[in-house]
Design a binder for this molecule. Structure first.
Ligand code: ATR
Length: 270
């Protein structure tokens, strides 16, 4: 009997995680079965309890439940505690262990897959919601020269900067004018509305990378605007999705899958 895992969210039908984990299981020979569980918006904890009672060994948690999963976990990794959000649960005999692999997924995609140097880089993180907060601990661990968070609603960016402290600093979009960055990460949900965040022109340093944590068919509005602004390198969040999944798989199974063929498969299906 394979061990059971699932992605839990609402909605969850569109999730690529079952395909990714099926590929990881095939590649590593781990006895893993990975499904989808739709949790009612008011019954996340009960849904998790039931899945665990039915023999589930762990779960990925997606929107809008990452903060609830953080509260449900009885033991937390440092990075999950700092992010105040959990995307990976492991059901141990005596605890529900909660971790957050989004940040390491982003950093591994940037550094390993795309060859972007984060150490010493000037990084701009656009957005100050759950997605931005989730990746902030890992971006800080990458030892950038600076990490600036900019948000349409400035107090949310200030709040994030206060929570993490130096070197994280907060800016309004307008106050970025005249600054330059080596890496700009879009952690807003603006693409869902078909928009790009209204950033001032001229933010991309020579050779800079634009990274959109979102992905979809075709170029996202943020990446289209980055291209027009002369960003040297553009990437969407599909690599981050595969890398965060690999880190979850490692937390559950103690085995690291090879992400490159799985990312290539997803790209070929896109
Ligand atoms: P998530 O968990 O995806 O981060 P969230 O907490 O609702 O979701 O945060 C959404 C983020 O996208 C916020 O930073 C939001 O900016 P505001 O705080 O000003 O609302 C940002 N966002 C959404 N639509 C945007 C748009 N059209 N332009 C700029 N930022 C946008």
């Amino acid at each position: 009997m394979p061990d059971r895992y699932a992605v839990v969210g609402n909605p969850v039908a569109h999730s690529k995680s079952p395909l990714i984990h099926a590929e990881f299981a095939r590649q590593t020979g781990e006895p893993v079965e990975y499904g989808r569980v739709l949790a009612p918006l008011d019954a996340f904890a009960a849904t998790i309890e039931r899945f665990r009672a039915e023999g589930g060994k762990g779960a990925n948690v997606t929107l809008p439940f990452k903060e609830e999963a953080f509260r449900l976990a009885t033991r937390l990794s440092d990075r999950a505690r700092r992010a105040e959000a959990v995307n990976t649960l492991r059901f141990d005999a005596d605890a529900i262990f909660g971790d957050n692999t989004d940040g390491v997924g982003l950093v591994n995609d940037l550094v390993r897959n795309l060859g972007v140097k984060l150490a010493g880089a000037r990084i701009l993180l656009v957005g100050a919601g759950g997605a931005a907060r989730g990746v902030t601990p890992s971006l800080l661990e990458a030892k950038p020269a600076s990490l600036t968070v900019a948000n349409r609603t400035v107090p949310r960016a200030e709040e994030l900067a206060r929570a993490f402290g130096a070197p994280l600093v907060a800016r309004s979009f307008a106050a970025l004018a005249g600054e330059q960055f080596d890496v700009i990460v879009n952690a807003t949900s603006a693409s869902l509305a078909g928009e790009a965040p209204a950033l001032p022109a001229g933010l991309y340093a020579l050779g800079a990378t634009a990274y959109d944590m979102m992905y979809g068919k075709g170029e996202t509005p943020f990446l289209a605007s980055a291209r027009a602004q002369g960003a040297a390198r553009l990437a969407d969040g599909l690599g981050m999705l595969v890398e965060q999944a690999a880190e979850s798989f490692f937390i559950w199974r103690g085995v690291r899958p090879d992400t490159a063929p799985v990312l290539a498969l997803l790209r070929s299906l896109a």
